[in-house]
Design a binder for this molecule. Sequence first.
Ligand SMILES: [Ca+2]
Length: 489
Amino acid sequence: MKPRCPVSLAALVGLIFLAAGLARGVDAKAAGRPNILFLFADDQRADTIAALGNPVIQTPNLDRLARGGLAFTRAYMQGGMQGATCVPSRAMLLSGRNLFHIDEKLLRDETWPAAFGRAGYTTFMTGKWHNGGKSIGKSFQIARSVFAGGMGNPLQLELWNLVDGKLAEQHLAKEHAVAAFADQAIGFLQNHQAGPFFAYVPFDAPHDPHIVPPDFPLKYNPATIPLPPNFLPQHPWDNGEMTIRDEKLLPWPRTPEAVKAYLAEYYRYITYLDQQIGRILDALAASPHATNTIVVFSADSGVACGSHGLIGKQSVYEHSLRVPLLISGPGIPAGQRTEAMCYLFDVLPTLGKLCGVTGPTTSEGLDFSATLRNPLARARPQMLFAYRNVQRAVRDDRWKLIRYPQVDKTQLFDLQNDPQETINLAASPEHASRVKSLTSLLEQQQKEFGDAAPLTVATPQPAAWTPPKQRSAQPKSKPPLEKKSEDDL
Ligand SMILES: [Ca+2]
């Protein structure tokens, strides 16, 4: 039977999709705008991608993203006011607000995903939420297999679906949580048809415990893993967070053998995550969205893994705050790197600019889309970092000053010549004026961001630190304690 008017099949299909989109409230103005696929790792250091220079790790799919897009080598999370820095990091990312303005636990602020939704995007998430179950429905229209937060064995996680704006329909992961999240992301990419989408896939990997499916074949030999160049058996003084859970994952003093074994398991988990990301990228490539999707890969923080004698991410060193950030998509240079400095909370304001989405009025992030057109374009001239009231830092293009107010300690690093932060120049007379000017910059940045924490305290604590007694390392009959002088404490 011939149609009465000459409408092609493609046009007819298009009309049906448009009608379906309008029926679901999709804004016709949003048509043609790029999609967003945001892949977000948990505690993945910036130096864990093979294509960006890690000599031993295997990350063929992150390499694929690096080759196809722009890699930021100076992207950071700003810090945390609590040990579980996943929570503030995700709150900053989603709200576009800085560390001193967010509600860390419940994400009461308006979010960027909600703004994308208002602009006609279909908003979807699967993965680790961690910002209060009630806030998820305010940000996303669809959420499947959500891990509500905290930690757990990824082979046995309780997951939830979003139903009528609330987390309901609890189910157990039938496979590794990372694979369950990848399955949901793939299902969404395969089934989504009308209008642009914002798909957010925050993993709970490679956060410890570093558990991968038992049959995952790749294993790293600890003997072949290089020790971090800034490895130390113990942090040289009390940084204010020496015995938090993460620091107890390995005993003191940290040994090269223990750190290499720990890194071997961490790298294995990253390679497993990389494999699952590869499945999602394959599904995107095979979908109708392949050429009009901006793909972002980043992480909520780094982690120390033996650097500076630390294991966790409760510090303001580069290994813990610098994050991988790969962005690819239409119009974005492929296979290039940029030294433009930015925070995670600048990413969604930038994507909003690219997609013509007006963000929440409370968003404070910087639009660095100029860098996506020209990798030489700078973003932020300096960065402020903070951890509770015990650490503050500022960096500019070359220098970084870290201040520990509670123990009256200061570090100055030349990041250009010492990117591993191993040589403290703060006491060197030739750098005295630099310490002064960077301290002023730190104070000025604190004012700008609304950080009232003092950089000095009236009565500093002793800086020296002794590890707590470790049961397994203690002999059954203890030798008598010697009286120690103030300097030894
Ligand atoms: Ca994290």
